[in-house]
Design a protein around this ligand. Structure first.
Ligand SMILES: O=P(O)(O)OC[C@H]1O[C@H](O[C@H]2O[C@H](CO)[C@@H](O)[C@H](O)[C@H]2O)[C@H](O)[C@@H](O)[C@@H]1O
Length: 506
């Protein structure tokens, strides 16, 4: 399974460095020393700290003083908190925490810090492929450990025990430390993977709704990690198949035609669902939007493709319009940029929220027509859920005015928003909805309830970027160049190359 993410947030101990073992050793030395002192002073009999049981349960992955408190609580020992400046021999939570830290630094000084080389090499490779990366740790020694291993400059962001204290960030199993790192990288949790070896960490990842919680089997078992929020549990990061979502210039994309053999063998392994845009992909862009058509050869190819693969045409055009232009019965369609969907067996799904906004179009359309009527060449195209204002035939000098007037009118109608296309302004309901959402719905429907079904999306316009960006487990192919950076993986020159590419799959 391939996971599509923009960023990775990596725990330090147990993922990057082998310091988890050294932390465990320091905790044991400290608690055993302290428990002996308690026995000597006539308190409860000595019972040693268990690295196998106590370490993962009470202290692994959580802030130092919280770890002291949790373990002591498990033994019914209640100590005052004290202060972070407490001497390591003061009998307070902070005193014992400071004692553990002194022991840890001694151990690290004696033994040095070992690293998980395979994980580091994989992270470096992902970084080179465009993954944004951050390191997190509950430890206040994180920076020092990274420095000692020469890894300090590798990460774009670091949120550790020191930063957490300064910013008052809650420790794991709360997700806050990961959320802070995501914020520093400028990504949302839904766009990021977290990697953790500790149960408190996988629980935090789950609570934070991260796209992918990867557990590293290193102490906690595979079952424990999976039961505590990990989506996958692996021995090393080499086992994780990431697709890194990053923007590239269309010109930098490899050609889908030139790489056809590689793609064909990929499609043999995972039979894809095909999502095809209409204008600019199946039909060439023409001056008048009413004249756009697939040529008979393209129609024939798509028809044959539909007999081998499941297909959906995803268009900015109205549903009835695009259906008529494609003219194939046995395939799925999404029109009005995904607000209306239909398919074989009377399958039909309109966006219910968007339906409520339709009366606003009735008010806005006449105002726009009136305000834009003096600009020659402007054409309106009303679809069920969207309104296009075409300016392909207007003078270049008028484009700015068309945009300005449309923005002025729309400023009074917050339920609508403006999108861009090729020489067209697309007015649509101001909802979190786009072609990407339509693809998700169709994947559930035609991929037999598998959101993970392997998919190929081919499109030419900026509106197709919504689908490229959200595409899970599959690949995006950009046709031509829409003048912006793209989330697509491959490119095809034009509609003719789309034809060539699709026919080579038959
Ligand atoms: O999502 P698509 O299927 O690519 O549809 C996007 C828009 O395509 C049409 O407009 C574009 O193609 C016209 C015909 O070639 C061209 O004249 C216009 O300038 C392009 O913007 C269609 O008319 C729109 O409704 C679609 O949203």
């Amino acid at each position: 399974m391939e996971y599509s993410v923009k960023a990775g947030i990596f725990d330090l101990d147990g993922v990057i460095t082998k310091t988890a073992r050294q932390h465990a050793k320091a905790w044991k030395r400290m608690f055993d020393e302290y428990n002996e002192e308690r026995e000597d002073s006539g308190k409860e009999p000595f019972k040693s700290f268990s690295i196998e049981e106590d370490y993962p349960k009470y202290v692994d992955g959580i802030p130092r003083y919280d770890g002291v408190r949790e373990f002591l609580r498990s033994r019914n020992i209640d100590l005052p908190k004290g202060s972070p400046d407490d001497d390591p021999h003061r009998e307070t939570i902070c005193g014992l925490g400071n004692r553990k830290n002194r022991l840890l630094l001694e151990i690290i000084k004696d033994e040095g810090v070992e690293v998980f080389r395979k994980n580091i090499n994989q992270i470096k490779q992902w970084k080179a492929d465009g993954l944004r990366i951050a390191v997190i740790s509950s430890s206040k020694n994180c920076r020092q450990i990274l420095q000692s291993t020469g890894l300090e400059d590798m990460f774009e962001a670091r949120v550790d025990g020191v930063v957490s204290q300064e910013r008052n960030i809650k420790g794991k199993p709360e997700p806050d430390i990961f959320l802070e790192a995501a914020k520093e990288l400028g990504v949302s949790p839904e766009e990021a993977m977290i990697v953790e070896d500790a149960i408190a960490g996988t629980q935090a990842g789950k609570k934070g709704n991260f796209k992918l919680v990867t557990g590293i089997i290193n102490g906690a078992t595979k079952e424990e990690l999976l039961q505590n929020g990990a989506d996958i549990a692996v021995n090393s990061l080499e086992e994780v198949n990431l697709k890194i979502k990053n923007l590239r210039s269309p010109a930098a994309l490899p050609s889908a035609v030139k790489n056809i053999e590689q793609l064909k063998s990929r499609f043999k392994e995972h039979k894809p669902l095909f999502f095809l845009d209409f204008d600019g992909t199946l039909a060439p862009i023409v001056t008048h939007h009413q004249d756009a058509a697939m040529d008979p050869e393209m129609k024939n190819i798509v028809e044959k493709l539909a007999s081998e693969y499941k297909i959906a045409v995803i268009s900015g055009r109205g549903l009835s319009d695009v259906k008529k232009r494609v003219g194939l019965e046995n395939i799925y369609y999404a029109g009005s940029h995904g607000f209306e969907i239909s398919g074989p067996g009377n399958f039909s799904k309109d966006n219910e929220e968007a339906k409520k906004i339709l009366p606003v179009f009735e008010k806005t359309e006449p105002v726009l027509k009136e305000r834009l009527k003096h600009i020659q060449g402007v054409e309106f195209e009303r679809k069920k859920f969207t309104l296009a204002i075409h300016y392909r035939q207007a003078a270049g000098s008028a484009e700015e005015e068309v945009h300005r007037i449309t923005e002025e009118v729309l400023a009074k109608h917050k339920q609508l928003k403006i999108g861009e296309g090729k020489k067209v302004i697309e007015i649509r309901p101001n909802l979190e909805w786009d072609k990407g959402k339509a693809v998700e719905i169709l994947k559930m429907k035609i991929g037999n309830s598998e959101t993970a079904a392997y998919s190929v999306y081919i499109g030419d316009d900026v509106t197709d970027e919504d689908a490229f960006e959200t595409l899970e487990n599959g690949l995006g192919i950009l046709v031509g160049d829409h003048g912006k950076e793209t989330y697509a993986d491959f490119r095809l020159k034009d509609v003719e190359e789309v034809k060539e590419f699709l026919s080579k799959l038959l």
